[in-house]
Design a protein around this ligand. Sequence first.
Ligand code: ADP
Ligand code: MG
Length: 223
Amino acid sequence: MTKEENRRVLTEIEAKQMLTEAGINCTTTRLASSREEAVSISEEIGYPVVLKVSSEDITHKSDSGGVKIDLPDSAAVEKAHDEIIASCSAYAPGAKIEGVSVQPMARKGTEVIIGMTRDDSFGPVIMFGLGGIFVEILKDVAFRIVPLEQKDAEEMISEIKGKKLLEGYRGLEPVNVACLQQMLLKLSDFVHATPGIEEIDMNPVIAYRNDAVVVDARIILSS
Ligand code: ADP
Ligand code: MG
């Protein structure tokens, strides 16, 4: 529980577990409590891997130097582990750091954001947008009230202004829109069936020609 708000933020590993159980495709993400364990998990997963700080007190992991991507070998994993722990301990003194999470590096694709928030009048709503500046600066996002129908999922993706980017740009493959619609519907079903969730952030989801995968997830439980 965060003291001021009396809410509980799940770690990326916990959030991905819940979403995976709901049938949403997430990168397999495991906790390493030591440098050695980070290496042994990386060897099992296969390189390249991504390491991130795992701490219930640190939710924006990049801001604290807590994310290292595209690590090619064990030496890089050892170095990244030590740098993440040092940087996050300095950035957030007193934060309880349980270790680092290890996951496969997803290949390059189109980054989108899918989430759920609560509206005062309408209750839970699902959100879809393109990654990065499109959401943060241009506010190019679509919302629909839970539970979504197929038509809602179709409209959400077709009504965003930047939708052309899903057709492939700068050498990126076109995105499988049906697969993103499926993800929106599965998230809606999950939210509809699961009381006590305040907010969900799947940011980013990386989308490809054939599928899409959640590489970062955050869930906030209601108090
Ligand atoms: P933050 O807590 O700062 O949002 P993220 O987990 O989203 O941290 O990581 C930051 C960025 O690193 C992501 O926006 C994405 O571009 C990249 N990234 C994270 N995980 C992966 C992964 N498994 N494969 C490829 N890129 C990743
Ligand atoms: Mg993120």
